[in-house]
Write a protein that binds this ligand. Structure first.
Ligand SMILES: [Zn+2]
Length: 279
């Protein structure tokens, strides 16, 4: 079972009194329950929000939009009551007029401690389609190189954060990052082993889903190259990725075969360096 993950960006509830609250609490058992009790007693209805409590940190954040229309004391009273709790370190809150508010209390956006931007799949597909429209078949090379570099970059960060051995051991888990970030609902067919080939299934892959809708018989360019860059970076060897099944061909799921590269093809960088040396 997969559940959608809504990122807190804005809240729209016409005619309602909205607030956004950020509570800094102690990262300890029972702290969240105490906060919930206050919210319940204050007649505040929590809407979209998130809870950040890294295991390594002594502090935690509870951030949420809330509807305070039925709360007598509103935001002022809620802040005062929360501040009175022994598990609370600070409370920030803003109220909005007109039943609409954008999250202005969080920046930067991060995942795993690194800055990130959130982009809608339509925007990313628009970028890729513009490349195809402007560069024709040349777009394939641009997208391939761009996505491979992105995949390699991600792998480098993972290796930096966890070490190579850990990354290889946890590849089944790491590959799920593509799902966690919204690229596709990804699963891996070979587990607990670094033997190749590995098959990566990508259900609802953003790129092929859009192409299938437009009746383009164009297999994945971006994801395939990203996966190649990522897997090659993690395993520290050149790998090849081919899409053996695709939504755009009427298959139910896109499948990628990751195998050891038979002939190491020189990269664009090395070809450019070679050309530079000849000139
Ligand atoms: Zn596909």
């Amino acid at each position: 079972m997969r559940y959608p993950k809504e990122i807190e960006v804005w809240e729209h509830a016409p005619g309602r009194r909205l607030v956004e609250v950020v509570v800094k609490i102690r990262n300890e058992k029972g702290a969240l329950a105490k906060c919930s009790q206050v919210l319940n007693d204050s007649n505040v209805n929590i809407l979209t929000g998130f809870f950040t409590a890294p295991s390594s940190s002594r502090g935690a954040f509870l951030s949420f939009f809330a509807d305070v229309t039925d709360s007598e004391g509103g935001l002022t009273e809620l802040k005062k009551t929360l501040q009175g709790l022994d598990v609370i370190e600070s409370v920030d809150g803003v109220a909005a007029e007109g039943g609409f508010m954008v999250d202005r209390q969080h920046f930067p956006v991060q995942w795993a401690g690194r800055k990130a931007v959130v982009m809608r799949t339509e925007a990313l597909n628009e970028m890729l389609n513009r490349l195809w429209a402007v560069f024709g078949t040349g777009a394939a090379t641009i997208i391939d190189q761009m996505a491979e570099a992105m995949g390699r970059h991600s792998a480098r960060e993972v290796v930096e954060d966890f070490g190579k051995r850990f990354a290889v051991d946890q590849i089944d888990e790491l590959i799920a990052t593509y799902s966690a970030l919204g690229y596709a609902d990804v699963s891996i067919e070979k587990s607990k082993s670094s033997d190749f080939p590995i098959v990566v299934n990508a259900r609802e892959l953003f790129e092929c889903e859009a192409n299938a809708k437009l009746k383009f018989r164009r297999r994945s360019g971006f994801f395939r190259a990203h996966l190649r860059g990522f897997m090659s970076g993690i395993f520290g060897k050149p790998l090849e990725v081919s899409e053996v099944q695709c939504l755009t061909e009427g298959d139910e799921v896109c499948s990628f075969r990751v195998a050891l590269s038979e002939a190491a093809v020189p990269s664009v960088t090395s070809r450019l360096a070679e050309r530079g040396a000849r000139a």
